[in-house]
Design a protein around this ligand. Structure first.
Ligand SMILES: [Zn+2]
Length: 407
C-alpha cells in the first residue's frame, strides 16, 4: 500500500509549496508542487485531489492501493475508483486496478473560479488552440508552463523549465495573459519506461492545476490528434484518449476539456503558419533537455518532430517564415536520413484500430495531394509491410527517393 500524508502548505522565498509525505517501497518520500506566492490564498490545504491525480498511475503500476488523507472531489473520487482506472488500464496494459482508501472526506460543492487556462508549450497544438480560442466566444486568462516530465527530470529539466518560464513571461507580457509557471518533482514518480511521459502527460498536467483549482473554472488541454483517431485502446500515447480521459479528471470546481480536437495536424500547421507569433516562438523540438540547453536555434532540425514539421512546412512552401527558429542547415545536411526516418516511423508506428500514426500520415497525404507521391493506399502497405521488413525498407527508400527530388 502507498500511504500518503495530509498535505502541508508552506511559503518558501517567493513561492508557495504544497507537499505530502509518501510511504511506499519504491517511490520518492515526498511529492511537491510550487506556485507563485500570489496563489497562497487559493490553495486548499485539506484537498488531496492533486495527490489522487498525481499518484494514481504510479499506484496502478505497482498494483498497490492508494491511502490518502484529506478531502477529495466526489466527482474525481468516483472517476478514479471506476472509469478513470478502466480507461488507463486499457490504454496501458502495465497498469492494474487498485483501491483508493484512507481518511477521505468528499467535497461536492465548491466556489467556481473565473480563471480559464491552457498550457503554453509553444508547439503546433498550443498555437492552434490560442488561435481557435481567440476566434471563440470565451477568453483565456492564463497561460501555463509545468515542470511535470516533458523535459525529463532533475537539473537539466529544471533549467529548461526556467528558460521556458522566461519565455512564457515574455509572451504573456505581449499578449496580456497572466503567466503561471509551476515546478514540481512529480516526474520522479514516473521513472519507469512503462509510465513514460508520452503515456501519462495528460494526468500529470491536470494534477499540477488541482492545488489551485479554486481560481480556475476551466483548464483547456490542447489535443494532439483529431476525432477520427480518438479512442480507448492499448497505444503508446495517452493523447489518443484525451477527450475521453479529461472529463474524468474534472472536479466540481474545475472543468478539464480537450481543445482543438476537430483539426488534424496538417490543418493545425496550415492555421499556425498564418500566425506571426509562431515565426518567433514555435517550438516543436523533442531533443533532450541537455541538448536543448546548448542549441543555438529553438528547433534542432533533426529530431523526429522537427523533421516532420520541416517536411510539412516545405511542402506548404512556408519554411522560409521559420528560418530564424529552425536549424534548416542541420536538416539539409541530413535530409535523406530525415525523410527516411519519418517514412520508417510512419510505417512502423502503426497500431491496431488506427493504422498509420495520423500525424505522420498527414505529411504523406499532403505529398499525395500535391502530386509528389502516388495516391495509393499506404494503410494497406502498412498491413503488408507488417510481415516483411524487406518490403518496408523498399517502400521507405522509394518514398525518400521521390521526396528528395521534390523538396
Ligand atoms: Zn528538434
Amino acid at each position: 500500500m502507498i500511504v500518503v500524508s495530509k498535505p502541508v502548505v508552506r511559503k518558501e522565498n517567493e513561492e508557495v509549496v504544497i507537499s505530502a509525505q509518501v510511504k511506499s517501497g519504491s517511490l520518492p518520500a515526498e511529492l511537491w508542487f510550487s506556485y507563485p506566492l500570489e496563489y497562497y490564498e487559493c490553495i486548499d490545504e485539506e484537498s488531496a485531489d492533486w495527490l489522487l491525480a498525481g499518484l494514481l498511475v504510479p499506484a496502478m503500476l505497482s498494483g498497490e492501493d492508494l491511502n490518502l488523507t484529506g478531502s477529495v472531489s466526489s466527482l474525481l473520487l468516483h472517476s478514479a475508483q471506476t472509469e478513470l482506472q478502466q480507461v488507463l488500464s486499457i490504454q496501458n496494459k502495465n497498469l492494474k486496478p487498485i483501491r483508493i482508501c484512507g481518511n477521505i472526506s468528499t467535497v461536492s460543492r465548491r466556489e467556481i473560479g473565473s480563471g480559464i487556462a491552457t498550457a503554453f508549450s509553444a508547439g503546433i497544438d498550443t498555437f492552434a488552440t490560442l488561435s481557435l480560442i481567440e476566434h471563440s466566444n470565451h477568453s483565456l486568462t492564463h497561460l501555463t508552463s509545468f515542470n511535470v516530465g516533458a523535459h525529463g527530470s532533475g537539473d537539466p529539466a529544471r533549467q529548461l523549465h526556467l528558460r521556458y518560464r522566461s519565455r512564457l513571461e515574455e509572451y504573456c507580457a505581449y499578449t496580456s495573459h497572466a503567466s503561471l509557471s509551476v515546478d514540481s518533482n512529480l516526474q520522479e514518480f514516473y521513472q519507469s519506461k512503462f509510465v513514460n511521459h508520452i503515456r501519462t502527460h495528460t494526468i500529470k498536467n491536470v494534477a499540477a492545476m488541482m492545488p489551485i483549482q479554486k481560481n480556475f473554472g476551466i483548464y483547456f488541454y490542447s489535443s494532439s490528434y483529431d476525432y477520427r483517431s480518438i479512442g480507448v485502446r492499448n497505444v503508446f500515447d495517452i493523447s489518443f484518449t484525451d477527450p475521453i480521459i479529461l472529463p474524468l479528471l474534472s472536479t466540481e470546481n474545475m472543468q478539464v476539456r480537450a481543445y482543438g480536437t476537430s483539426l488534424s495536424r496538417l490543418e493545425k500547421i496550415r492555421l499556425v503558419s498564418e500566425l506571426k507569433d509562431s515565426y518567433i516562438y514555435l517550438d516543436v523540438c523533442v531533443d533532450s533537455a541537455e541538448k536543448r540547453l546548448g542549441q543555438t536555434k529553438i528547433n534542432c532540425g533533426i529530431c523526429w518532430k522537427c523533421a516532420r514539421t520541416i517536411l510539412t512546412l516545405k511542402l506548404l512552401n512556408k519554411d522560409y517564415l521559420y528560418s530564424d527558429i529552425f536549424d534548416f542547415q542541420a536538416f539539409e545536411s541530413n535530409k535523406e536520413a530525415m525523410i527516411y526516418g519519418w517514412a520508417m516511423k510512419m510505417l512502423t508506428e502503426s497500431f491496431p484500430g488506427a493504422g498509420i500514426n495520423p500525424n505522420d500520415g498527414d505529411v504523406l497525404t499532403l505529398a499525395q495531394s500535391l502530386g509528389i507521391l502516388p495516391k495509393i493506399s499506404f494503410e494497406n502497405i502498412v498491413r503488408w509491410s507488417g510481415i516483411s521488413w524487406k518490403l518496408k525498407i523498399a517502400i521507405c527508400k522509394y518514398i525518400t527517393y521521390i521526396m528528395m527530388k521534390n523538396i
